[in-house]
Design a protein around this ligand. Structure first.
Ligand code: HEC
Length: 140
């Protein structure tokens, strides 16, 4: 192979390397951190959640009290959802107090729980490593 051909191959490979490096450095990574779900109403709901100390009995993202169920995904769990959650807020239960919340506060709480639902999964998913180095969700 002549020196000229070698230089040509090197030049082509180097240009590809150069362009690829620029692309990797500038494209960046995009992620949805769920901030768009934190609406003004959801922020108010967070304050209501703190005011009534819901976390004394409930967990969010797996943290909190253990008397009541984890609320992280109550909005998207099949068979539950916003109407189901609101029913508990309206009437309480034998073990959960009825806080006599106004309609507005209940709506704000539901919006906050929707934000929580969009930003977390609880319990955390378990993954297993496959023989080829990829991961997949572990089946129980
Ligand atoms: C004194 C403890 C206690 C407090 C405080 C409390 N809860 Fe509960 N909550 C419970 C219990 C216990 C349950 C389970 C229902 C049952 O067994 O009666 C429950 C159930 C729920 C459910 C249904 C969850 C499901 O997955 O079935 C929602 C939604 C809920 N609570 C929201 C709230 C919110 C919002 C607050 C704050 C305003 C709150 N709770 C405050 C004890 C509490």
């Amino acid at each position: 192979m002549s020196l000229k051909t070698k230089r040509l191959i090197f030049g082509i490979l180097f240009s590809f390397f150069f362009l690829y490096t620029i692309a990797v450095d500038t494209i960046g990574t995009s992620k949805d951190d769920g901030e768009r779900w934190l609406t003004e109403k959801a922020k108010k709901g967070k304050l209501v959640f703190q005011e009534y100390n819901c976390t004394a009995c409930h967990q969010i993202y797996g943290l909190g009290g253990y008397m009541g169920p984890d609320l992280t995904n109550v909005i998207s769990t099949p068979g539950k959802g916003p109407i189901y959650a609101k029913a508990f807020l309206q009437a309480g239960s034998q073990r959960m107090p009825n806080f006599q919340l106004s309609e507005e506060k209940m709506e704000e709480l539901i919006e906050f729980l929707t934000y929580i639902d969009k930003t977390g999964i609880s319990p955390v998913k378990k993954f297993k490593t496959n023989f080829d180095g990829t991961i997949s969700e572990a089946t129980k």
